[in-house]
Design a protein around this ligand. Structure first.
Ligand code: XMP
Ligand code: MG
Length: 173
């Protein structure tokens, strides 16, 4: 596998989109105290950039979801890390790197909903709507992407390429 020569989304494009999403979220939650629930590892980059654009009193929690081995779904979502605090009564915004089949978001949503949050929405940097199998949807989406494997800005292929500052398509050799 090799990286596309040009990024699919440059650092500048990502930064502009993150700023616009943050402005929208700040407006929508102006009267409420918000908890970002960042889905590790992939959304750590997006979540950190987003939270720095949000007003001061945003709370941050992490959850680790694993559903992938290489570039194929294993069909099962595990949670090696869950928040130590209860999300009951909180306005929770799930932060995901990419929405693919929807399996991960569906599983995280069910886990959070069992704790009776005051509200629950999702924000995904990337969305591959053509791949959807589960009925999950994100209220906030950064970019729609075609059915290609993408890496960088937190997104990995077997743990590689996460630290690239822009998003690239992974192409067959
Ligand atoms: P599901 O199918 O659960 O997938 O919606 C969501 C998770 O799968 C990973 N994923 C990708 N990771 N490039 C990646 O680096 C991709 O193109 C891609 N598609 C799915 C990702 O971990 C996401 O949270
Ligand atoms: Mg992920």
């Amino acid at each position: 596998m090799r990286l596309s020569d040009a990024p699919l989304f440059s650092e500048e494009q990502i930064a502009r989109r993150v700023e616009a999403l943050a402005a929208q979220i700040a407006t929508d939650y102006a009267a409420q105290s918000l908890t970002l629930l960042i889905v590790l590892k992939g959304a750590a980059w997006f979540g950190a950039d987003l939270v720095r654009r949000l007003p001061g009193d945003t709370l941050v929690e992490f959850i680790r979801a694993k559903s992938y081995a290489g570039d194929t779904s294993t069909g099962e979502v595990r949670f090696p890390l869950v928040p130590e605090v209860s999300l009951a009564g909180r306005h929770v915004l799930l932060i995901e790197d990419i929405l693919d089949t929807g399996r991960t978001l569906d599983a995280v949503t069910r886990l959070v909903e069992a704790q009776a949050p005051a509200s629950l929405r999702a924000c995904a940097l990337l969305d591959k709507p053509s791949r959807r199998v589960f009925p999950a949807r994100a209220h906030y989406v950064g970019f729609e992407v075609p059915d290609q494997f993408v890496v960088g800005y937190g997104l990995d292929h077997d743990e590689h390429y996460r630290t690239l500052p822009a998003i690239y398509t992974l192409l067959p050799d």
